[in-house]
Ligand binder design. Structure first.
Ligand SMILES: [Fe+2]
Length: 205
């Protein structure tokens, strides 16, 4: 049975919330916002990667792509589509069997849109690694503390309109560091190293 509260408009609903609770929620929201390192939100980054993917597919970044469509076949490849003090946007080409290793994005939020091929993501959920497949058109965002390993999905993934497996990523603030992890035999994460880098999703050639 549906709760009658679900049929209330936001204005009506707010009128049923005690003023002290609303004040507390406002203070909490402001505290969270001021603690984040960027004014951009995951939804903003998702939109930027969506727009970037659309621009790549429309040929607006052809001048940044490998000449003659010769996508690297052995190593992951990336090019920066845009950058300012708030956000970096990258195009990444993925090759088989070159995972990123388990990593975080230090103090940056992130997001991606897959525009061709498919990616396999293995995310640490606090107890284990959970796998999901991100296919062309899929999006994902990475809040602070997100630890994952990303690799090109097996060849049986449905190909997109371009031959290579491509994704557009946005990071805010722009990436400055990443930490790498391993899963221990005790079901915990161990941080192995932290590197200063402005390159997306692990070192790329
Ligand atoms: Fe990542």
């Amino acid at each position: 049975m549906r709760s009658s509260a679900l049929t209330l408009s936001p204005r009506a609903l707010s009128s049923h919330v005690p003023a002290t609770s609303r004040l507390s929620a406002d203070v909490t929201d402001r505290a969270i916002a001021s603690a984040l390192p960027t004014r951009l939100r995951p939804a903003d980054l998702l939109r930027l990667t969506d727009e970037g993917a659309e621009d790549v597919l429309a040929g607006r970044y052809d001048h940044l792509l490998p000449p003659g469509g010769a996508w690297p076949r052995e190593e992951r490849w990336a090019t920066r589509l845009s950058a300012d003090e708030e956000v970096d946007v990258w195009l990444i080409s993925w090759v088989p069997d070159r995972s990123t290793e388990l990593h975080d994005h230090a103090g940056s939020l992130g997001a991606l849109t897959v525009l061709s091929g498919a990616l396999s993501e293995f995310r640490w959920n606090g107890r284990e690694l959970r796998e999901r497949t991100l296919s062309a058109g899929d999006q994902a965002s990475f809040p602070l503390g997100w630890v994952h390993d990303v690799v090109r999905a097996p060849e049986n993934a449905v190909p997109g309109p371009l031959d290579p497996t491509l994704s557009v990523h946005a990071y805010s603030p722009p990436l400055t560091a990443m930490s790498y992890y391993e899963v221990t035999g005790h079901g915990t994460l161990r941080r192995n190293r932290t590197v200063l880098t402005d390159q997306p999703e692990g070192d790329v050639k």
